[in-house]
Ligand binder design. Structure first.
Ligand SMILES: [Zn+2]
Length: 178
């Protein structure tokens, strides 16, 4: 299981802080809700594609001594299951639906995949905004305009990771998850 937490906004700052700051602790286990201490349980690494750069960042894993399950704390600039960093992912989606061409080869490779995934996730996003912002909010019928309106709403929340964590905490899954 993954837990999203706000850390630094850039992977390099996150990496520095990871090795110099005190570790984030989890008060209760999200699996069994035991309040016995969830122990630090090793570190793994994952890739983050941050625009033109790729970082290999450490992720702290925790282990619950009560139920035996593990929890990883992911920085909120990551989306679980995606290597694309959140701000980059949203920028690619925005460019795709607004038909803004991109010279970036990496971007081109990912655009179609994430755009299809976003379309599949739109109904849950609409549900989120109706629950958390305005139950009467109206969305355009046409999928393309609907996607743009949803992205505008995501951006209007503020920094992308604030929206992503709120969404994750609400549904216990990322806004681009199946
Ligand atoms: Zn547990």
């Amino acid at each position: 299981m993954v837990y999203l937490e706000h850390f630094c906004e850039h992977p390099l700052d996150y990496i520095t802080a990871f090795y110099t700051s005190e570790k984030v602790r989890i008060d209760s286990c999200p699996h069994c809700h035991s309040c016995r201490r969830v122990h630090l349980h090793g570190v793994y690494h994952r890739h983050v594609i941050w625009y033109e750069e790729i970082f290999f960042i450490p992720i702290q894993r925790h282990h619950c001594i009560h139920c035996g399950k593990t929890v990883s704390i992911l920085p909120s600039f990551c989306h679980p299951g995606f290597q694309l960093a959140l701000p980059f992912l949203l920028e690619l989606l925005w460019a795709f639906f607004n038909r803004i061409p991109s010279a970036c080869a990496l971007a081109h490779q990912h655009r179609l995949f994430i755009s299809r995934r976003f379309l599949l996730c739109m109904n849950r996003l609409i549900e989120y905004f109706r629950i958390c912002e305005d139950p009467l909010i109206v969305f355009p019928d046409f999928w393309h305009k609907k996607a743009i309106k949803l992205l505008e709403m995501v951006f209007s929340v503020g920094k992308p990771h604030i929206f992503a964590k709120r969404y994750y905490d609400h549904f216990k899954k990322g806004f681009m998850a199946h």
